[in-house]
Design a protein around this ligand. Structure first.
Ligand code: CA
Length: 240
């Protein structure tokens, strides 16, 4: 299991990243400051560091240079500054990759795995086993979905959404949770975003809100992915 260190000062973003990365099979340590991050990097000897550039005490770029002086641990720089000079400077200072906020957990996970693969650490080489829910087969590593053997064409966001639900098949997931985990928007009040994507996904699964098979929307609670036949058992709430 890859050990990651997330250095991020925003508590909500940090919590969302930790949840998302743990769900994807990584062990995660965190630090909220640059100094704390450097200390943790030395103590925990992570396989990879996700480093926020905007930190309160020491600028992330400086953290990267100090880290590089003592360690060749792979670093992915996460930055809200999508300005090219910052990114170029970070790559010049030894970052292995970068990701611009806001980003989805699926994108981060893919970059983490790609960097680990390039490093040849082998820790990410084992593909995650496909998830089966009834006739639905979700392959996280290949990012492929089949329904009753037929390949479904999903957008990256639809895939992330379905994959997240498949990992929690049979459980109700709230819209807030989906916004935080799939969209990385902990404070988002835009429930419509989730609903719109759910309706697109539902269409691709060949079902409707009124006659759900896999995607069960529980009014004012959330949504649940379940195999046909398992979906309504016990929840008792009407599909909205
Ligand atoms: Ca920050």
């Amino acid at each position: 299991m890859p050990h990651l260190l997330v250095i991020e000062d925003d508590p909500q973003l940090r919590a969302a990243l930790v949840r998302a990365l743990r769900d994807r099979g990584h062990a995660v340590a965190t630090a909220s400051t640059g100094m704390g991050g450097l200390e943790a990097a030395v103590t925990h000897r992570p396989d990879l560091v996700v480093l926020d550039l905007g930190l309160p005490d020491v600028d992330g770029a400086r953290v990267l240079r100090i880290l590089r002086a003592v360690s060749d641990v792979p670093v992915i720089v996460a930055t809200a500054r999508d300005e090219e000079p910052d990114i170029v400077a970070a790559l010049g200072d030894g970052a292995d990759d970068y990701i611009v906020k806001p980003f989805g957990s699926g994108q981060l996970d893919a970059r983490v795995k790609a960097v680990l693969r390039r490093q040849g650490t082998g820790v990410a080489a084992e593909p995650e086993q496909p998830l089966r829910v009834g006739g639905l087969l979700v392959a996280p590593s290949a990012r492929e979905v089949t329904l009753d053997g037929e390949r479904l064409e999903l957008t990256p966001r639809e895939f992330d959404l379905l994959c997240f639900l498949a990992r929690r098949a049979g459980q109700v997931v709230t819209r807030r949770e989906l916004l935080a985990e799939v969209w990385q928007q902990p404070l988002g009040g835009a429930d419509k975003t989730v609903d719109v994507h759910l309706s697109w996904l539902r269409r691709k699964l060949g079902e409707t809100a009124h006659q759900p098979r896999y995607l069960h929307t529980l009014r004012s609670v959330g949504v649940k992915l379940a195999a046909p036949g398992d979906g309504v058992a016990g929840d008792g709430a009407a599909d909205a």
